[in-house]
Structures are given as C-alpha cells and as structure tokens.
Ligand binder design. Structure first.
Ligand code: MN
Length: 716
C-alpha cells in the first residue's frame, strides 16, 4: 500500500505538507538526500535500491504524523550501521537530537533477542535506556521493523521464521504496550503469514467465505443499532468489526474454540462525540437488546495499563446471536488504534500530552526505576517482562529472588526452577504464607516457599501436573534411575536366594563362571544381570542353575531363608491390588516382567495357576520390623440412616486409620453395601478397625475383601 502512496521523496513531502512547516519538510528532504548518497550502490534483497527502505520507514511514521526529527532519524536510521558514516558526522549535519536518535535506533538494531537470558536482559536494558532518552526512538524502530516485515517474503525460510518469531515475541507486545493497536495487528498478521503460510491462507479463505454469509446479518444489526441511536438523538457512527487472522488463529489454538464459534460473534464499535454520550449510548442499546450478564466493562473509568479506554458490553441480538459492542469517543478511538502515536497525530489540535503518551512515559520511567533498584540485569528483565508477556508468571522466593515460569506452573515447577535438589526433596509449600497443595497453579507476584525434607524422593504423580520441561525431565530421570538401582538390589537378593536353594553362596561363585555367564547372556556387567533379574526379565532360578553348572568350587551355604518384605512399595516391589496384603497376612511373591516382585496374599484366587511355577514364584515373609501404612479393602453392609457415612468415617478415624475411598456399590430401599479403602498398619490394627465398625448399630456385616474378581488380576 505504501509503495503506491510514497514512490519517492516528492510524494512523501506532499503528504507532509498537510501537517509540517515548509522549513521542516526541507530538513526531511536533506536527510533523505544525505542517506541516499550514503547508501549509494547498496540494494535491498528485493532488488530495490537501499534508500527505498528508509523512505518507506519515514512514510509509515508520516501516517502517524510524527514530527520532522523522527522522519529525519528514519531516513538516516541505517546510515551508521551500514555505511562508514559516524554519529559525529550526523551530528554536525543535522544536530544533536537527530544524531542521538539515529544512534539509539542503531543500538536497538544490534539487539538480538536470542535465548541467552542474560544477554537478553542486557538488551532490554539498552532498549529501555534508548527509549527513555527519547520515546521517538522506539517509534522509528517499530516502523523499521514493520517495513521489514512487509518485505519479509524475500528472505530465506529459516531467517523469515526467526524474524517473524521475534516480531511476535518482542515487537508486537511492545506495540501493544504502547497502545498502538493498528501496528500490533499488522505485526501479528504479517508474522503469522511468515511463520505458517498454509494456516494463514486457510483461515483467510475461510473468513472470506463466511464474510459473504454474514453480510446480511451484519447490515441488519447495524441498521437496528443506528436506528436506535437516531431515535434517542445520540450522534455517533457505527462500525462493523472483524477479528484479524492471527487473533482468530490464536483463539482457536489457545482457547480451543472452533472457527465457527469465533465467527458466530458479531462485533461493532460505536464512536461518539463525548464521554457522557458513551454512557447514554450504552443505556440505549441495553434497552434495545438484552445485555449478557457479567460482560460489561468500563475501561473509561478504569483505563487499561496501556491507556486504552472504551465501554465494552455483549448483547443477545435477534435469534440469540451474541453481539459485542465497544463504545468510545473519537479521541479514545484514535488512542486505541495508534496509542502513543496519537500524541503526535493530534498534537496540533491540543497541546496537553495524550493519555497514552503519559502512560508510555510512566512505563518507560518505571523501567528505569526498576533498573536502578534491581539487583542485577536478570531481575530487571523479569520485571519488564511482566508487562510484555502475560503468558509468563513471575514468582518470588521468600528472599525476594524472582523466577520466571510459564503460566500454569505449580510449586513443584518452581522448586525445580530453583534447583533440581530442591525439586526432588520438596514435600510441601507455602504460597504467600498459606500452606497450599504442591499442584496449585501459581499466579504472578506470589511469594512461594518450598519446604524440603532431606532424603525425600520425587513423586511419580507430579508428572500429571508439572508444566516445565525441567521439572518433567528431572522427575522422569529420577524414576528411571531409581527403578534401575532398586531392580539391581532386588535382583541380587533373588539370585542369592536362588543359589542358596542349591546350597551355594553368591560369594563363592567363581569369576570365570560369572564372566562366561554374562557373555552367554550378552550382558556387560553383574549389575546388569541383577537388574534384569530384578525387573523380572530373567529368572533367578535359571541363572543360578547356569552359574552352578559352570562353577566347580562353589562352597555350600546354609539353605537360605525367605526374602523379607520391609514396607513401602517401590518401582520393583508392588502389593497386588486384587488382594491388598497387609503385615500379618501370609504372602507369596511373584516375579512379573518389568514390574519386578508383586506380593499377593497366599490365598489370593488370582495366583492359583502361578503357584506351581517355581521360576516365577518367590517365597517371601514380612520383615519383623515392617512399618508403614497398607491399603486394605473392607465391605460393610448397613441399614440406611441419616449421616451413616459420617458415622462410619468417624469410627474408622477413631481407630487411627485413614479412609482413602468410600464408594456405595449397591443400594436399595433399606440396605446399602459400602466399599472402603482403608490404610492400616497390620492385621491387628485392621481387626481393631473392623471391631469399631461392627459396633455401629446400623451395620449388619463387615468383611475384608480379598481377591477381587471385578478387576483384572495384577499378575501377568
Ligand atoms: Mn532498517
């Protein structure tokens, strides 16, 4: 579009005559000729002479009615960077202000927003500094980027994607922060097109198609809105609005809405003369169509952080179609579209600085204050990014250090962000001094204190809620290595026991026998062999036989006792969920591939066919020192009575047991059968709990559930 309107310096100058003095236009011309000479012989990738680029950048700024110094800086913005000309030379030609601006833009151009957080922080600081000296510097930089985005098609794909990504990550948010909505939208759509050309085209085609179908409804609604304003004697213009392609794409992706859900909303804007008219228009249209409760927002009384002002409401239109309406004054409209740039656009009419301009200044000043108070550049960048990237959250340690996390992060993510050791030993947390679950999503600004317990281990359940890659990989890595070391230990115990049943001790097996066995099994260490046995991939009995057959000097040992089960489950030792064994029960172990040892009660129905397989079956006993809590299932038959479940729960907790789950499995007019999962220490404890339950009057029968047949057996 601009290529047609600004073909050369003369047509630009013509446009400038609308708002600049002749003297100022001449200065812009001089800057143009100076730059043209400096870039002589240089070409853009498009094949155009280089000077076309600064000329277009100045053209973009002239649309916002930026002053002559900004336009001069635009003309000269690549001179220091791309030609041999110095800042001093520019200063002597065009004065200090313009030279400083050109220097500022050049410095911004050297900033690359790479992934190195520290470098990025320093770059942000430079940017804030350049902006604080003169806000116009960032305007020139944004215009420069906008023209580069408009001509991005000529770049090779990888460079195109990198620049488009950076535009979405840095420049679009800055434009948004400065209230320059038109520019933000253009940035987003150009970058979207550059990054995902196919998706862009598909959505564009879909919008074109839908637009035809919508036309009639849009004009119906518009007519009725206009008639309503007319009747009430409220002057204003009504504009139909359409979402830009990137915002449609973003909504589909982040809010998981379908294309038609997004396009089914009809959006209008009513622009009026004065603030009080806004509220009168609101009243009028609320009596025309019913407003959707909870959707009215008064950004006039409370402007957004970037200075945006407007009334927002949603109405139920005819046939219940949702209609979104924005109501604002002409001045607010200009602010909403051009933000800080509106300051220059309307400067001639009034001399007081615009709302957006004041806010932009405040923002930049705030940045500088932060820079001075921040302990280091990293802390500074965290602060800046709170404004720019609402998708990130920023939380504090009790000592005031800031951590940046993706939104949705939990205390566990935070703990891992501090240090892997903090993550793996965390047991509880306080969010803003209140005890909170480790899975609670964090919000920006919260202070999070992680409570650790030495020796504590990561919980596999954390994987279901952590969002950061760091937490996820650390937990996975831990579980893997834990499984490995546990399976090695179990394998060693199983093999020792199997050898003992032949009257041989592991220590007396010769090196030669071990190494030739490893060779035959294609394993490179004894630990690997233990691991394979522990995981149930090799049978200890068979391995023991092989070792003994290769070993002549093996010394006899006492026939080994049973394996002892000590307590908590591990990744290679599980309690079967069909029979839920607890200490005191007679138990049997079975080796199951990849799951290691699974402990059943000896009378469990699910193991009858395995019991005669000596290769898989392992004799086990409870360790006399066993401790911990064990899950057991109890079935209670009872008569209906008000509050009976509560009575039941109270009885159980009264016996120092925990209720894990209560479910009613059967129910008729008089009786219910309730299944309980209870944590107990052992059989004696269970007996005490069951006695307490039996003492409840309404209870007619209490039994322990063993060998559930409803679930698939856990032995493979
Ligand atoms: Mn440039």
């Amino acid at each position: 579009m601009s290529a047609l309107q600004i073909e050369n310096i003369n047509s630009l100058a013509d446009g400038l005559s609308g708002y600049l003095a002749g003297q100022q236009i001449n200065l812009v011309r001089r800057a143009y000729f100076y730059a043209e000479q400096a870039h002589e012989g240089q070409f853009r990738r498009t094949g155009d002479p280089y000077i076309t680029h600064p000329l277009q950048v100045a053209g973009i700024l002239s649309k916002m009615h930026m002053d002559h110094q900004s336009l001069m800086a635009a003309m000269l913005h690549d001179v220091i960077e791309d030609t041999g000309i110095t800042k001093t030379a520019i200063k002597s030609q065009f004065g200090n202000t313009v030279a400083e601006m050109v220097d500022g833009v050049s410095k911004l151009s050297q900033i690359s927003f790479g992934s190195h957080a520290e470098a990025q922080a320093e770059n942000f600081q430079k940017m804030a500094l350049a902006m604080s000296r003169d806000l116009r510097v960032i305007m020139v930089k944004l215009a420069d980027r906008l023209h580069n985005m408009r001509t991005i098609k000529v770049l090779p794909p990888d460079k195109r994607r990198r620049i488009a990504r950076e535009t979405l990550d840095i420049y679009a948010p800055i434009a948004n922060r400065l209230g320059m909505n038109d520019m933000r939208i253009e940035f987003e759509d150009l970058a979207f097109d550059a990054m995902y050309p196919l998706r862009f085209r598909r959505i564009a085609a879909a919008v074109r198609k839908v637009r035809g179908n919508r036309k009639e409804i849009v004009s119906q609604i518009q007519t009725s809105l206009e008639a309503c304003l007319e009747r009430e004697g409220l002057p204003g213009r009504t504009i139909g609005r359409e979402k830009h392609l990137y915002s449609i794409y973003d909504k589909m992706r982040s809010k998981r809405k379908s294309f038609s859900e997004i396009m089914d909303v009809y959006a209008f804007r009513i622009v009026v003369d004065r603030v009080d008219t806004c509220y009168r228009v609101l009243g009028a249209i609320h009596s025309l169509y019913k407003p959707v409760p909870g959707r009215f927002k008064d950004y006039i009384a409370i402007p957004k952080a970037n200075g945006y002002q407007s009334l927002h409401t949603t109405l139920f239109g005819m046939h219940g179609l949702p209609i979104e309406i924005q109501i604002r004054t002409e001045e607010m409209e200009a602010m909403a579209n051009n933000g800080i740039a509106a300051h220059w656009l309307y400067k001639s009419s009034e001399d007081i600085p615009s709302n957006a301009h004041i806010r932009a200044r405040e923002w930049v000043n705030g940045l500088l204050e932060m820079q001075q108070s921040a302990g280091n550049s990293m802390e500074f960048i965290e602060n800046v990014k709170i404004d720019l990237f609402p998708d990130e959250i920023y939380v504090f340690t009790p000592k005031g250090e800031i951590f940046e996390l993706p939104s949705g992060s939990t205390p566990v993510d935070f703990a891992y962000a501090i240090h892997t050791d903090v993550g793996s030993t965390c047991v509880a947390c306080r969010i803003s001094r209140r005890l909170a679950p480790l899975s609670e999503p964090l919000q920006s600004g919260q202070t999070v204190e992680i409570i650790t317990a030495p020796g504590h281990k990561p919980n596999p359940a954390w994987l279901s809620f952590v969002v950061t890659a760091r937490a996820r990989t650390s937990i996975r890595h831990f579980l893997k290595s834990q499984k490995l070391s546990e399976s090695i230990a179990l394998g060693r115990r199983l093999l020792t026991k199997a050898l003992a049943s032949f009257g041989v001790s592991l220590d007396s097996v010769s090196r030669e026998a071990i190494s030739s066995t490893l060779e035959q099994l294609r394993l490179d260490s004894l630990n690997k062999l233990f691991g394979e046995i522990g995981l149930g991939n090799r049978m200890s009995h068979t391995v023991a036989q092989r070792l003994i057959s290769l070993n002549e000097n093996a010394i006899g040992t006492e026939l080994g006792g049973n394996l002892l089960v000590r307590g908590a489950q591990s990744s290679v030792m599980n309690y079967a969920r069909c029979c839920n064994p607890i200490p005191g029960d007679r138990i049997t172990g079975f080796i199951s591939s990849e799951r290691g040892l699974v402990i059943h009660t000896r009378d469990c129905n699910n193991i009858s066919d395995l019991r005669n397989d000596p290769e898989k079956c392992v004799e086990v006993n409870w360790d006399p020192e066993v401790h911990g809590e064990f899950t057991v299932e109890v079935r209670v038959e009872l008569e209906h009575q008000r509050g009976i479940i509560a009575t039941l729960a109270t009885a159980i907790t009264g016996a120092e047991a925990n209720v894990e789950k209560i479910s009613t499995v059967e129910r008729d007019a008089h009786f219910s059968i309730v299944n309980l999962l209870i944590n107990v220490r052992n059989r004696v404890h269970l007996a005490r709990v069951m006695r307490k339950i039996r003492m409840i009057k309404a209870v007619t029968r209490v039994t322990r559930v063993k060998s559930r047949k409803t679930r698939r057996p856990t032995v493979h």
